[in-house]
Design a binder for this molecule. Sequence first.
Ligand code: FUC
Length: 833
Amino acid sequence: MQDGILFTGKAEPPRHALSIWYRKPGKITEKLTKTSVALPIGNGRLAAMVGGGILSEQLQLNEESLWSGGPGGWEKDSRNDGTQGQTYNFGYNEKKPDLPAIYEKLKNGASLGNDGTQGVDPEELQGNYIGFGNYKNFGFLNLDYRIEEGTKVHNYRRELDLEDGQARVAYELGGVSYSREYTANYPANVIAVRVAADQSGQVNLAISVTPGQPDGKIGGTLQEPVVRIEGNTIILSGGLHDNGLLYAGAFRVVNEGGTLISDAEYIMISDADAVTIYFTAATDYRNEYSLPEESELFEKLTYRTGESLPELIFRTTNALEQAASKSYDDFINEHKNDYQTLFGRVSLDIGGANKFPTDEAMKRYQKARKADENTRILETLLYQYGRYLLIASSREGTLPANLQGKWNPDNFPPWSADYHTNINLQMNYWPAGAGNLLETMEPLEKFVRSLMVTGRYTAQRYCLPANTLEDAWKNEGAGWSTGNSGNIFGLTAPGTLWSWAWAPTSNAFLCQNLYQYLQYGGDPETFRRDYWPIIREAAVMWTKALYLPQDGLWQGKYVVIPSFSPEHGPLSVANAYDQQLVWELFAFTLDCMKRLGLEDADKVLKDDIEEKLANLYSPVNIGKYGIMEWSESTTEFNQYDREHRHMSQMVGFYPGTSIANGSPEYFNAAVRTLNWRGDGATGWSMGWKINLWARALDGNRAYKLIQNLFKENLARNMFGLHEMWGSYPPDGYAFQIDANFGYTAGLQEMLLQSHLGSIDLLPALPDAWPEGSVKGLRSIGGHEIDIHWSDGRLTSFSLKAFSDGAIKVRNPALPDGEMTIAAEWGEVYEIAV
Ligand code: FUC
């Protein structure tokens, strides 16, 4: 018995092996934790979690821009009522750093054991969180199936089919087979739920909607959200209590056969053959890209479309009208064509069979002593899940995937479900290039572009020596930067505590993602128009912000000050993370100039960058423990937290190349660092370490990290987890999606690498995957690659060239370990070994 239902029988596994599935419904919970079994669907903008209950079920719904905070808002967490009265000012405090004075304090290095600010006033490096906001729960669609308690249900199965990008439920009850299908359609911007039976007149349910917000405000007046039912339509509308952000959701119920009756609370379907419920939602949020005229700072940035609530409601009902006017089959085909075009590009086969429901399969995995059919199918599933989740949370015209993608039931989610930029947002997009999903990067590019408006002011205020750029924030091209956590309202100031918030090289790190769009074969014209100006302006910022000390430990070398290794160690100068990111930024900016033919046109900047690169304090220094995290040996030897989750000194090993440049000395030091730091840490950190061990060409060690991830940091629905040190009930773990994306990128990195100028096939294949193939991965250069292997050895590969000229391919099974293909653009080269 579960939830008043007696479950009998044993449903067959789903038709498509690439499915996460269960023989039981899953609960919709207020928090996403280790025990979560609800299944996520999404179209980038809308998201839903599917539980699939029998007597009743809820779909928990999200709309990506339902955020408190921003202009007019004050909320950050549930406890800060005290700040009411003060509203959002983009996070800026009174104090700001005086960089030359800070250098004076830091120039002789940190004293042993000192992990503080070395006498620098921390207030100078911090902002405020008034009106930072939170990503909110939109609400629930409730389906009551009008079934009696104690009913027997036979052969129940609930699945998320990654091949079709749909969730489903199937079961038998009283001799009738029921099926439900849940689809998030991107072109239509609509989610559909269809309930059907294999016999006519057997579908009975009551449909209702519950708002996700307990209270609200419209036009300054307190007003709770309203649910209105008219005929076959339900409208949920309101304004957020905090910032008045307007929202509307519309649900349209279409029954086939039977009757539809509605009252104030429910739409009742009786004796239908099938029923489909279409849902869409919108808010009056708009991300702003440029300053309004005569703007004094940013006070005129509203982040609103200017629509009224009736206009918003009209927008949603109009989208539904269009979706519901098609046949259901057409609606599904539209979804599948769109989704499968992206998802279907890459296939992975390392063997395995999907025999066990995923919760049971995960338990078996955790106990498994060696690789088997079950471990392999779960590893494959988790790989493709990452690609699925990226497609489902990041599409053209949407916001980028946040810390939870777009899935969030909690009105005060961990870290607001925001955009952290000292690693997390970047990691979300690591799989996009090699995973052949460059289209999913557009939201990141647009989001980062929108940060430049306030980011210019942030750069001037926090990163540039005094008066370098008077009113730089007004001038496009002057240089932008950002702190470590951002909302959807242009906040780029550092957060409230320097010891996690200070991260000025976040801009360089974000640009590394953007550069990948070009590297992996994205459209050069799109890159030139949209991506390049962002990268260029971050490079401009660092040409101006690097400090050239006249004395002290770093005399005569360009350094980042104050420098901070993310969330670890003391405030300092020229840490590995900062120096490496600046090095990477300068190196790829020069490469972009070359490829875009801008070396002459942009000569002044090019020369400036070259001079600074030549005199940059070394981004890579080797010490007793491998790559040094801090540039002073006193700090290094005092190793703060040996197993700290941030592997910051390795950012140039993966995803960067300042360490991973082919030098054996650097390589060996990197391996030493990895060993020293251990195989533990939280979900996203394990994701990073899989990539790092892949770059260290150690497939078995990367595999060990995969095992650790499975054992410790995955929920039962395979969502990645962040350990919350006991503070997130009920089990102290919270969903954080970067672990999923880090894993997917890591698996790609194990099978294909191309950062050293050649295409390296199977550089880190673990013993656990002796037989297999992967098809459709992209390499740097944009080539599409299929790889087959057997007995742990490459047997054949094919390459579809994306350029003319020589392409070097490496693998020990090739004669002399390598070959060169004289490629012609568009040709496919098939090589048997
Ligand atoms: C960074 C990390 C934390 C967490 C947070 C969202 O601050 O150090 O582990 O992932 O982002």
